[in-house]
Design a protein around this ligand. Structure first.
Ligand code: SER
Length: 319
């Protein structure tokens, strides 16, 4: 049995990835860890290990004892929160990655997944259909940490043969977990309000296009990347990963096809400047060619899924 560990299992992506792994491989095939206990009963069917990802001693101990085949290291502080606590964001995002790369170098883990982000791009990057090798020009601490992390991953791969794999996620939208501290989080909040018959005030401008992806595509892509034969992984920094691009106003239109009464207002805040520095759309042809990536869910299908799912749950997605 392949043994997996998800670090950051209580986060937006962590919960979804663990749920998918549990249904595909069984709860015993994945251990989970986080600094807080995941607020999800199903996720907690897997073995939980308390972990502060900046604590090198505990990480080494868990990885040495666990003998994991695969570690998915998702713990990070995202773009908007990172701007409020720049040094803490740098510390968490970088220290944790380096501890895990060191453990992999020492042979305690066979394969590592670490997510990068569209936040590595910036004003010098083309806005549309950003190629794989476009200039990285991050303006946030989160983006700087992802840029540095990408090159650390490649360094550990080239120098020590560590099999570390990565994708640059766009904004992720799902209904089984809540995002926290990101600039793209509006795209989850908007569905939550619409499903409950409430209006929504967006913190980005109406015409701010960003690259986005439905969560099931992101989770499937992650597992496909990790399953791909080693020699097919030619990009050892991080793969561009695309799905769709839309503005808050376009998502509002998509919602109104089902809920014509839905009201959307705009009061842009400091997150608008972050969004403005990012591209609108991504060219992911390297991921398609190397390991067969293909996004499946586009905006109107996503709207149907999100509104259906959030209308039938009683719980509110609270951070
Ligand atoms: N979703 C992230 C953020 O908004 C970008 O990767 O910070």
């Amino acid at each position: 049995m392949v043994r997996r560990l998800v670090i950051g299992a209580a986060g937006q992506l962590g919960i979804e990835l663990v749920l998918r792994m549990q249904s595909e491989f069984g709860a015993a095939a994945v251990d989970i860890s986080d600094i807080r206990v995941p607020d999800n009963e199903s996720v907690m069917r897997s073995k939980f290990l308390h972990l502060d990802a900046t604590d090198e001693g505990t990480i080494s101990k868990i990885l040495e004892e666990g003998q994991y085949d695969e570690v998915y290291h998702l713990a990070a502080m995202l773009s908007a929160t990172g701007e409020k606590k720049p040094l803490a964001a740098w510390d968490l995002n970088m220290q944790s990655l380096l501890h895990i790369l060191e453990a992999a170098k020492d042979g305690w883990v066979k394969r590592v997944f670490w997510p990068s982000s569209i936040a590595v791009f910036g004003p010098l990057t083309p806005k549309n259909n950003v190629p794989q090798n476009a200039p990285l020009d991050p303006t946030t601490v989160y983006g700087i940490s992802k840029q540095a992390g990408e090159f650390w991953c490649r360094y550990y791969h080239e120098k020590y043969g560590v099999d570390v794999r990565s994708v640059r996620y766009p904004g992720l939208i799902g209904h089984r977990s809540t995002p926290g501290g990101g600039t793209t989080d509006y795209a989850v909040e908007i569905y939550e309000c619409a499903a409950r018959g409430k209006s929504y005030t967006c913190f980005l401008k109406a015409d701010q296009a960003l690259p986005m992806m439905y969560m099931d595509d992101a989770v499937r892509g992650t597992l496909e990347l990790m399953r791909a034969p080693k020699d097919q992984i030619r990009v050892r920094t991080s793969y561009n990963l695309g799905a769709m691009s839309f503005t808050p106003s376009e998502i509002g239109e998509s919602i109104r096809q089902q809920k014509p009464e839905f009201q959307l207002n705009y009061i842009p805040d400091q997150r608008q400047a972050i969004a403005e520095s990012w591209p609108c759309s991504i060219d992911d042809s390297d991921a398609k060619e190397d390991w067969g990536w293909q996004a499946k869910i586009m905006i109107d299908d996503m709207t149907n899924i999100m509104l259906d799912a959030l209308s039938t749950t009683n719980e509110t997605l609270e951070p």
